[in-house]
Design a protein around this ligand. Structure first.
Ligand code: ZN
Length: 182
């Protein structure tokens, strides 16, 4: 799936869930979208691969495309690593959003004709319900459907946001005074 469609479809699934669970705010949405992009770090030409200064070449050489970053272990690793890094900030929701984004990516790839080995290298079982070819008309239709669905949810008032503890004007001025004390 192309990254734009990954982003659109993932947001169409995740935003209503985040609204229902009172976690819809800018920071969480950014983390979700980062999670959606990260699995394709094993593809040097992907939007994330082009921005990681050769790291994606190494990952692709070692694990291959749709290798380790397209297994269930990748979102799990993202969850635990980010949870450890942010343990001081009481911000487990960030880790949930990051891991959720990556899980959605792998789930969406599972519906492509290539499929995904969710449990590699433990099992050669390939999870695959072939619905679309990458870049094909079905995939594009899904992307457009996702936009319409997000707009529908928004227009029905179903995307209620909650205050953002990290990215908000008050926090910003606190950080600025911390960086540039008077
Ligand atoms: Zn992928």
């Amino acid at each position: 799936m192309l990254y734009t469609n990954h982003l659109l479809v993932s947001n169409a699934i995740a935003l209503p869930i985040m609204a229902q669970t009172n976690t819809l705010n800018l920071t969480n949405v950014l983390l979700l979208n980062l999670g959606v992009l990260l699995p394709d770090i094993d593809e040097p030409h992907s939007v994330i691969g082009q921005r990681t200064l050769g790291l994606s070449n190494i990952i692709k050489a070692v694990f291959g495309h749709r290798g380790l970053t397209h297994t269930i272990f990748f979102p799990l690793a993202l969850f635990f690593i980010s949870a450890l890094l942010t343990v001081k900030f009481d911000a487990l929701t960030l880790s949930y959003c990051l891991a959720f984004g990556a899980t959605l990516h792998i789930l969406e790839d599972s519906f492509s004709k290539n499929g995904v080995y969710w449990l590699k290298p433990l099992s050669k079982f390939k999870y695959q319900i072939p619905l679309y070819t990458t870049g094909g008309v079905v995939e594009k239709t899904l992307g457009v459907g996702a936009i319409l669905f997000i707009y529908y949810c928004y227009s029905q008032g179903k995307l209620t946001t909650v205050p953002d503890p990290f990215l908000n004007p008050a926090k910003l001025s606190q950080w600025l005074t911390a960086i540039f004390p008077h």
